[in-house]
Design a protein around this ligand. Sequence first.
Ligand code: CMC
Length: 436
Amino acid sequence: MKLADNKATLSFSNGSPSVELPVYQGSIGPDVVDIRKLYAQTGMFTYDPGFMSTASCQSTITYIDGDKGELLYRGYPIEQLATSCDYLETCYLLLYGELPNPQQKTDFVNRVTNHTMVNEQMQFFLRGFRRDAHPMAVMTGLVGALSAFYHDSTDINNPEHREISAIRLIAKMPTLVAMAYKYSMGQPYMYPQNKLGYTSNFMRMMFATPCEEYEPNDVLVRAMDRIFILHADHEQNASTSTVRLCGSSGTNPFAAIAAGVACLWGPAHGGANEAALNMLEDIQKMGGVAKIGEFVSKVKDKNSGIKLMGFGHRVYKNYDPRAKLMRETCHEVLDTLGLGNDPLFKLAMALEKVALEDEYFVSRKLYPNVDFYSGIVQRAIGIPVSLFTAIFALARTVGWIAQLNEMIADPEYKIGRPRQLYVGATKRDVQPIDKR
Ligand code: CMC
């Protein structure tokens, strides 16, 4: 962290002495005011529910310029990564800071590929779930359970354990997601086949059966790989902050990532892709494009409790760059599958147009986010709606691990422990039960 030339001064209207606070500069983006000593100096905390103005850490991994609609992984624009690299190269970049050269890529791919199988006992654990369980409920359990299976990589303070747990998690997530899917369908699990690439392997585990092989289609595999790249990291979002906070207690990496999976499930976060597709299907059932106006009016009515899912973002106040790439992929996938006239895609584009021209959305700077189009792509590929968020979790696992490892290696890292403004009852005495 680099000290800025200026300092911030906090003054009080009650005559208490003012305090000077250091200001730090990042390599890009807003400066930060360092308030770590504020409590010691003033006896006061800062108040920022939802972390609207709080940087919880310093990080070198991902940068978002929300006003420009720009997303960089380790400095590289997401558009270049999505068009020039594959998911495992992106994983390498997020984990180690640089894109791999050919030898490094081969070694990394081999290492990940060697860990694609899960302990055979995992399938008995999976069997304990109801077949109609939501895949995110199953994934929260399965990922947490990995710590019960891989005892040799659970010490978060040991760099070798962190490295092997990272590789294991990246390698095993596709296997676990596919197992959760097969279990829900009542079909036998398909073991990974290591001669295949990461993403084709995942698609084969999803769609092949012992009696019928899956023939990977290059466009669909590439689309799925792009979904993985676009979801790989997104700086200090809710699930990543959850992983950091959970890991800050020194818990094992599998437990910390399971916490991230649980957080991602919510409809305001990763669950938005499922919610967005359900929303499009509901509008379609209501009458499709002709009903967009009616639906948008409901969204604008604060009493309705209805949101335009796949729209809006805490950081992006411009078009989410991932949404643009996803829309492009949508075209490619639908054309490849001969679904160029897909009514849901047409509906999504018409809805986007109406919203982008509507004063409500314009004044609040609400634009489509990654989830607006990703559901249409996944549905066309054959992924069931309830599995969308599990696929997001699969892709985000590398980001969670990179952020967790960065935190543990940071000499300034401490257990995360926010404070509060207490507004409850002041001290009082317990009355005997007959007097209450
Ligand atoms: N539909 C209708 N109104 C909205 C929407 C929306 N999707 N998003 C925000 N608003 C309104 C909100 O009601 C508020 O209006 P007002 O100022 O009149 O009270 C204003 O816009 C600002 O919204 P906010 O809720 O204060 O913004 P936030 O930063 O707290 O929330 C968000 C961000 C993503 C939770 C929210 O935009 C949302 O719920 N979007 C729909 C869910 C969604 O698509 N989530 C995926 C996010 S991207 C993938 C990921 O990172 O997980």
